[in-house]
Design a protein around this ligand. Sequence first.
Ligand code: G3H
Length: 255
Amino acid sequence: MALRNKFVAGNWKMHLSVAEGVALVTELRALLDGVAGVRVAVAPAFTAIHPVADALRGSLVEIGGQNVHWEKQGAFTGEVSPEMLVEAGATCAIVGHSERRQLFGETDEGVRKRARAALDAGLTPIVCVGETLAERDAGRTLEVVGAQVRAGLEGFDANDLAKLAIAYEPVWAIGTGRTATSAQAQEVHAAIRAILRELVGDAADCVPIQYGGSVKPENAAELMAQPDVDGALVGGASLSAASFAAIVRAARDAV
Ligand SMILES: O=C[C@H](O)COP(=O)(O)O
């Protein structure tokens, strides 16, 4: 019996206007009509969350934020609180994406605070981890990813972990067309699972670990057939309803 459902999320990054996003999910919900057993979410730009949520009303496709701050309100220019995301219709939030870490200076400590606040507001945090090419080439992948997992989840218990997801995204595979092989992905996912088991015992088996990095309809089935690859965090291929729906179907069909 599967201990966890597959979870496929589309990260639209800084793409798609409100009108384009609404059109995409209108097509997506039709394509996914009758597809069950997979958790599915899209993460539009903040400005599109509310209208996209409206367009998805009554559908099983959920909405996520691409980031979230840890405070409820205040003088934090450019940030969005968990409560604001919930009010706009979100049920999950990506935290610690490598673009946030690399381009905007986010730290493991900030990732932990964002994930904690998201959980407290009832959102599912998708906690992103991943190594750079230089770190992989230096043989440091498991050390780097392990440290991100431990720091990002410090103080979290089994109850918390039951309500979050992790996304392993090797930085060298993001937007490059260069996907980790299914064996490379499985190796890191299994290592993450082992750390979760150290932290919370058997509850580790309930945590979905997504793979992200050039996931496409063509490689999704093989990646998701791996025992510890529980879905995908999809960038470029989530900007087309047809390719995103094909990835969701691959997740549904993976055993
Ligand atoms: O959040 C998504 C990832 O950064 C993957 O992006 P990509 O599928 O365009 O490589």
